[in-house]
Design a protein. Structure first.
Length: 285
């Protein structure tokens, strides 16, 4: 496994691979890998000839009062896990390499970036789209793989690629969960034992809502209410609970087959996000 730290070397490597007829899969990460990332790496390995994982804790997507400096970092652990999952290259630039001074350009996907998480984190998605565009320009992948846990991020990146005619296929992979249902996230390491126990109420609420949907409940507000009562009973603080259209992220008052229920809530000081699709399971005849 190669470790590449500069954009120039990364581009040279990728151009040589592409000239040789190889396809490149990219899994962008901020490190502190968990099973969710590993599932993305495995998918990338199956889908392409060369698997690149980027590891960059992107300062541009953290707000001034957010956790950039304390975000968990452990390169040795991450590189071991990435290697076992079949990664060929870790692209591991530093902040100066990604944002050399003066840095003046950003990519912003209007409307979608201001909804849901964008209300509490107004600059966050601008940081994500800018860094992902830069990672695509450095790694030159034919496809990039992201987790559905950050569902809004996935929708925004699909829109960016479409709007800017970028020749990269965006793949979204299902959320990987802990045994009690909590969606895996590098930020789960911040949870105290008590908050960790209470955090599983988010996925329980989502599961209860999807079950009610399967039994015929289609009213968006009523489905939201089911999740709300579970997370309130566990003492979590809601940021938002919404039933949204999967493409536009606009509220769906009456649920059709392309809706998703999305949640952000605080367990103690830790902001957690999760979601589940509201899709009718077709009964076999
Ligand atoms: O999902 C993440 O970990 C980050 O937002 C990403 C896509 C690696 C960009 O920094």
């Amino acid at each position: 496994m190669k470790i590449i730290k500069t954009v120039h070397e990364m581009q040279e490597f990728s151009l040589a691979q592409r000239t040789g007829g190889k396809t490149i899969s990219l899994v962008p990460t901020m490190g502190y890998l968990h099973e969710g990332h590993i599932s993305l790496l495995r998918e990338g390995k199956n889908r392409g000839d060369v698997l690149v994982m980027s590891l960059f804790v992107n300062p541009m997507q953290f707000g001034p009062k957010e956790d950039f400096s304390k975000y968990p970092r452990d390169f040795d652990r991450d590189s071991g896990l990435a290697k076992s999952a079949g990664t060929d290259v870790i692209f591991y630039p530093d902040v100066q390499e990604m944002y050399p001074e003066p840095f003046k350009t950003s990519v912003y996907v209007a409307e979608l970036s201001g909804m849901l998480c964008g209300k509490t984190r107004p600059e966050h998605f601008k940081g994500v789209t800018t860094v992902v565009m830069k990672l695509f320009n450095a790694v030159l992948p034919q496809r990039a793989i992201f987790g559905e846990k950050d569902f809004q991020q996935l929708v925004i990146l699909r829109q960016m690629v479409k709007d800017l005619n970028m020749p990269v296929e965006i793949l979204g992979m299902p959320i990987i969960r802990e045994p009690d249902g909590l969606a895996m996230s590098s930020r789960n390491t911040y949870l105290t034992m008590d908050d960790r126990r209470r955090a599983s109420s988010i996925s329980k609420g989502l599961l209860n809502a999807t079950e009610a949907f399967q039994k015929g409940l289609k009213d968006g507000k009523a489905l939201q209410g089911i999740v709300r009562s579970d997370i309130q009973a566990a003492g979590l603080k809601e940021d938002y609970i919404e039933v949204v259209n999967e493409k536009t992220l606009k509220p769906a008052d009456v649920v059709s087959d392309t809706a998703r229920i999305v949640v952000a809530a605080y367990a103690g000081n830790v902001r957690l996000i999760d979601n589940m699709p509201l899709k009718k399971i077709k009964k076999k005849k």
